[in-house]
Design a protein around this ligand. Structure first.
Ligand code: SAM
Length: 310
């Protein structure tokens, strides 16, 4: 998603080295490799890793796959003093995961509700539902799903679970549909699935940790490009990049997100939620370019708009 826009910002070329923090099925890495760059891809989902490795086998001499999550991996790179000319982060789930019935990502799945990207570790969505009490579960659904009806949904989920009526994704989708009946939404269960997925995979915690080390991961003059799919991620990216810019970590950061153009939107309606933000590191041995009055004004306006929205 936003492939051409990301490549234009990252400027891959022979001899340049990139970190693709969310390898997925390897679409972005493929474009980086096609431009002659060296790529290190991180992926926590074993199935995606295997597909990407096979797809990019033709460039195996310039491509390395790292198994694991991007927060811990990025922290290790920074501890070793390793940097990249560009870092790409394409957050969220891949098309493979969205259609995945085995792990319950699909709302129609008749299999156990799992929702883990990395099935080798951590608790499943069912474990999470069992561990949290009704109020805590409602808080997760409210916070990560931005779901106004979190309380009745959490109540119905807990009741169904204790009655032995909740094992699969399809059952969860029905329970939520029942809990919010009468209220108009795209699909009543989408927000609840998003919330559980974010909690199970600690998606915002992972993003915060990666953002914290990002300036040290990008080589002088290099670029970070981050694509997010929902407002919680985009807000975290925007606020952290802006605060790092204020403390002199970046020469420049995106004032407005780059969004998908007409052609991509008509080919892929999901792209309408995608927002790309970027940050550019100062050149070697130079301090960051100071903020000018326009930039300070843009930031102040943006912050005022944000306050008005909340
Ligand atoms: C939107 S997809 C990336 C698609 C990819 N850019 C492509 O072109 O195919 C996001 C991928 O990142 C992976 N992912 C999400 N969070 C992760 C994390 N914290 N650490 C490692 N991989 C992660 C997911 O498993 C998923 O495969």
């Amino acid at each position: 998603m936003l492939l051409a826009e990301a490549m234009a910002l990252l400027g891959p070329a022979p001899g340049r080295r990139y970190l693709d923090a969310t390898l997925g099925l390897g679409g972005h890495s493929e474009a980086l490799l096609a431009a002659g760059a060296v790529v290190v891809g991180i992926e926590r989902d074993a199935e995606a890793r295997a597909i990407a490795a096979a797809r990019l086998a033709h460039a195996a001499d310039r491509f390395t796959v790292v198994t694991g999550d991007f927060a811990a991996t990025a922290e290790q790179f920074v501890a070793r003093g390793e940097t990249f000319d560009g870092v790409l982060v394409d957050l969220g789930v891949s098309s493979l995961q969205l259609d995945d019935h085995a792990r319950g990502f699909s709302l129609r799945a008749e299999t156990r509700l799992d929702l883990r990207m990395d099935t080798s570790t951590g608790e499943t969505a069912l474990d999470l539902i069992d561990r949290l009490d009704e109020r805590e579960l409602a808080d997760v659904i409210y916070r990560y799903g931005e779901e106004r009806l979190s309380r009745p949904i959490a109540r119905k989920i807990k009741v169904a679970r204790s009655a032995g009526q909740l094992e699969t994704a399809a059952q969860l989708a029905e329970i939520v549909r029942w809990a919010v009946r009468g209220h108009q939404q795209r699909h009543p269960a989408l927000r609840t699935f998003q919330a559980l997925r974010i909690a199970v995979n600690d998606e915002l915690g992972q993003l915060d940790r990666l953002l914290a080390v990002l300036p040290k991961l990008v080589a002088p003059g290099g670029t970070a490009a981050l694509i997010s799919f929902h407002s919680l991620e985009d807000r975290a990216v925007k606020q952290e990049l802006r605060s790092q810019r204020l403390s002199g970590a970046w020469d420049d950061v995106a004032r407005k997100p780059v969004v998908a153009g007409e052609a991509e939107l008509s080919a892929n309606p999901r792209a309408s939620s995608a927002k790309l933000r970027w940050a550019r590191a100062p050149q070697a041995g130079q301090a960051a370019v100071p903020r000018d009055a326009n930039e300070a004004n843009d930031d102040a306006n943006d912050e005022a708009n944000e306050k008005a929205e909340t």
